[in-house]
Structures are given as structure tokens and as C-alpha cells.
Design a protein around this ligand. Structure first.
Ligand SMILES: Cc1ncc(COP(=O)(O)O)c(C=O)c1O
Length: 460
């Protein structure tokens, strides 16, 4: 890795950071006792901070974004060329990379044909909600505007997205929330809300959606949003039949199915999109983090032609189109970065690598199930979680201090992993692993070794 020059003055940088940076999701009083980690550069899965410490990043940039790994000169060069040609023109018109990227995505997502771009996962979900509400106004006499969401799923930080987030600790103190959202049960088998065991459960967690529709009024409910696999809420892949039940209920009640692929999308789970592991047929798909592997900010709200067609009306009607704009949505260079990141995933066969390395990771974690406190391990592709419990019979979650100790021990071995962070009260007990899709066998084995050492250390 290159010496950036700035690294010669780490003390100054730490001081600037401590005095001026407001870190995300972070208790700043903790900095008094611990210096912030300031990253300087990366290559593949390797990161180096300003103190010269090196890490193997099993989080793809902390929050599961850098799917093709660090140090991709081809993305930087493509972005640079595009910026020299044309940095920007509002998406009320078009630009060349936007058109190319939209066509590329449409080819990857059979049935979804229209691509609306914005800048963050939250914003992409807000667009989806606005589409549902506008369709309710235009086509259902002002009804069918309520959106259902699932307990433990996260959909973002803006007020609408937070109003549809099933994680109490993310919501606390930020109310009042937007009306028009209602919660359905989570899909965790390990903590089945119905006290049942798969496969003898009749997938009650999915069927419970109908009860909520009846309670809210079938005329009022217009859509349901899911993370295909709950990510930040504990890495929870629903059972195979889950979305069959959901799809059938959506069909019967005329609900639009929205898949939030902000984490799972663009290869993270070994297929292009998480919903492709199931027989789900979404009407709207949102994505963000891995779209350009975070080399540039970009997010997507993709829809079927049918959803798009709801907005086609007599041009004389001043309201009946999607009256929404996102100033930076569709920035030319962000689309260029997305195109190049997508090309890399295809040309380097990273979906297959993700699937194979994901199996290696999950198998390795399953081999740790006999270590004290390891209650459950779950995952799909390179998105895995380890649920830690005090007692394997009662499944009482370990304390957050325990989780922090394990994560700290892993970091002390030079490997960065994540954890459920302010999700459900008492349930921030899951360690998350999401290395870049370029991970090698050696990378996976290094991650597994560090995790195992730390789990054994805290076993007693
Ligand atoms: C599933 C999911 N949806 C939406 C979001 C919000 O994305 P952003 O932080 O880009 O607004 C996140 C962020 O973590 C997420 O995990």
C-alpha cells in the first residue's frame, strides 16, 4: 500500500478527529479512553489505519458495502474519466452511464425494468413508499397506502424509513413516527415467536401477515417491505417456504411486494439479489451499499413495468406522475462506478466465489457450535452471524459487554468483525461477518481462526 503522506502526522489527525468529527452510531464519551480508529488505505480485504496497523476486514467497510474489495484502480479510473467528461446533469434529463447502468440492472433482474436512482438506502426506501402512497391516491381512492414491515428488519434512518423499521433501539427518542406503517412478526426460527419448530410450524410467522392485514383493514394495506434476509437485526434467513406464503397473501390482498436489497443485493449472498434464493416476485426492489461497492454513493429503486405504468397519465394532468426528485440521484460518475463494480463481479465470477467462500465460512462457524455460548450460526453467501447465549437451553442472550469482549479479542488478532448494534433491547448478541466477495480460502481461514480463538477465550 502507498504512503499517503498524511500518515506522517497521525497525532494531528487524531486530534482533528476527536475535536471535530461526529462519528455515526457512536458514544463520543468513549473516545476519552480510546483513540478513534482512522482508516488510511486498503487493498483487497486488507486495511491499514493511520498508525500503520493492518487489519483483515470481515465487514466490507464496517457496514457491508465494499463488495469488490478495496484498491480497485479500474473503478477510480473510470470515475475520473467520467468526471472529466461530464460530472453531472439532473436526472430530469439523462446521462450516458445512467442509461447504461439502468439497462444493465434490468438485464440482471428479470421482471424489473425501471430504475430510479438516489443516494442512500433510506432514500431508496422512501421512494418506494412514496410510489405506494401515490398509487393509493391515484388508483385506490386514497386507500391502500399502509406499508407493512417485519420486526427486526431495518430500512433506514430517515423518518419514513425509521417508521418502518422493526428495531426498537434505532427508533427510541426519534418519534413521533409517520403514520401508515404496521409491524408483522420476525422470521427467526431460533427465537420463534410462536413457540414452534420448523418444519412442523406451518410457517406461522409468514401467515401472521394476514392477521395484521385484517387488523389494519385490507382496503388500507398497499404493500409490504422485507429484507430478503434480515441483516443488521441478527442475520436471519427465513426458511425456504417463507416467501411462498408471503407471495400468496400479497396476491390475495393486492399488496405490492418490496424487497430491500440494500445489504443482500449485488452479490452479497451468492446470487445477484437475496430474493433470488426464494420464489419471490417483487414489484419493487431497493438497493444501495454494494451497488458501486461504495466507491461512490448511489442507491436504486427498481420497479416492474406495471408499477411504472401506474404513473403514466395524460400529460395535461399536473399531478399524476412521480413528482419526486433527488438532486444527486443518478450522478454520472456514481453510475460509472456502479457499472464498473458490476462488471468486476461478473468478469471475476464473484457470485460463485461468494457462494463457495460463504459455504466455507458457514461450515467453519458450524464447527464452533459446541463452544460454550455459541447458540446458533446462520447465513447465506458471505453474510453470516453467530448468536451468543448465556445458556444454550434457555437461549438467554449474552450481555453486550460479552459481545464487545469477543469482538475486541478478534480485532486484537487483526480481524475486524461486526455485531448487532442498537437493534432489539437485550438482543444485541450477534456477531456479523461479511467479507468482500473477493475473499480467498486463506482469508476465510484467518477469519475463522481469529473468531474461534476469541470464542474459546470467553468460553468460561
Ligand atoms: C437493509 C437496509 N436497508 C436500508 C438501510 C439504509 O441505508 P442508508 O444507511 O444508506 O440510508 C440499511 C443500512 O444499513 C440497511 O441495512
Amino acid at each position: 500500500m502507498r504512503d499517503t503522506g498524511k500518515e506522517t502526522e497521525p497525532d494531528r489527525l487524531v486530534q482533528d478527529d476527536v475535536e471535530h468529527v461526529w462519528h455515526h452510531l457512536f458514544q463520543h464519551s468513549a473516545i476519552a479512553s480510546k483513540e478513534p480508529m482512522i482508516m488510511a488505505e486498503g487493498q483487497g480485504l486488507r486495511l491499514r489505519d493511520i498508525r500503520g496497523r493492518e487489519y483483515l476486514d470481515a465487514t466490507s467497510g464496517g457496514v457491508w458495502c465494499v463488495n469488490v474489495g478495496y484498491g480497485r484502480a479500474s473503478i477510480a479510473e473510470a470515475v475520473c474519466e467520467q468526471l472529466k467528461k461530464l460530472p453531472y446533469y439532473a436526472a430530469t434529463a439523462g446521462n450516458i452511464p445512467y442509461a447504461r447502468f439502468a439497462a444493465k440492472l434490468a438485464a440482471l433482474m428479470p421482471g424489473l425494468n425501471r430504475v430510479y436512482l438516489s443516494n442512500s438506502g433510506s432514500e431508496a426506501n422512501e421512494k418506494a413508499y412514496k410510489m405506494v402512497r401515490a398509487i393509493g391516491h391515484m388508483k385506490h381512492g386514497g386507500k391502500k397506502k399502509t406499508v407493512l414491515y417485519r420486526h427486526r428488519d431495518y430500512h433506514g434512518t430517515t423518518i419514513g424509513a425509521l417508521s418502518s423499521t422493526g428495531q426498537q433501539e434505532r427508533r427510541e427518542w426519534f418519534g413521533p413516527f409517520a403514520p401508515g406503517f404496521a409491524e408483522i412478526p420476525h422470521a427467526s426460527c431460533y427465537r420463534c415467536a410462536f413457540g414452534k419448530t420448523y418444519p412442523g410450524c406451518d410457517i406461522d410467522c409468514a401467515r401472521a401477515m394476514e392477521t395484521v392485514i385484517q387488523r389494519e383493514g385490507p382496503d388500507e394495506v398497499g404493500a409490504v417491505i422485507f429484507e430478503p434476509i434480515t441483516a443488521g437485526g441478527g442475520v436471519i434467513p427465513p426458511v425456504r417456504e417463507y416467501y411462498d406464503v408471503i407471495r400468496e397473501i400479497c396476491g390475495r390482498y393486492g399488496l405490492l411486494l418490496i424487497m430491500d436489497e440494500v445489504v443482500c443485493g449485488m452479490g452479497r449472498t451468492g446470487k445477484w439479489f437475496g430474493y433470488m434464493h426464494y420464489d419471490a416476485k417483487p414489484d419493487i426492489v431497493t438497493m444501495a451499499k454494494g451497488v458501486a461497492s461504495a466507491y461512490m454513493p448511489i442507491s436504486v429503486t427498481a420497479t416492474t413495468e406495471n408499477v411504472f405504468a401506474q404513473f403514466l397519465h395524460d400529460p395535461g394532468d399536473k399531478l399524476a406522475y412521480f413528482r419526486d426528485i433527488s438532486t444527486f440521484g443518478g450522478c454520472a460518475a456514481a453510475c460509472t462506478a456502479a457499472l464498473e463494480s458490476t462488471r468486476i463481479i461478473e468478469d471475476e465470477n464473484l457470485l460463485e466465489n461468494c457462494r463457495l467462500m460463504g459455504e466455507r465460512l458457514l461450515d467453519g462457524l458450524k464447527g464452533m457450535l459446541d463452544i460454550p455460548h455459541v447458540g446458533d450460526v446462520r447465513g447465506r453467501g458471505l453474510l453470516c452471524g453467530i448468536e451468543l447465549v448465556e445458556d444454550k437451553k434457555t437461549r438467554q442472550p449474552v450481555s453486550e459487554a460479552h459481545v464487545l469482549k469477543v469482538v475486541g479479542d478478534i480485532a486484537a488478532q487483526g480481524v475486524l468483525v461486526g455485531r448487532t448494534n442498537r437493534s432489539l433491547p437485550g438482543h444485541n448478541n450477534i456477531i456479523n461477518l461479511a467479507p468482500a466477495l473477493v475473499a480467498t480460502k486463506d482469508d476465510i481461514d484467518t477469519i475463522l481462526g481469529a473468531v474461534k480463538n476469541a470464542l474459546l477465550k470467553t468460553a468460561s
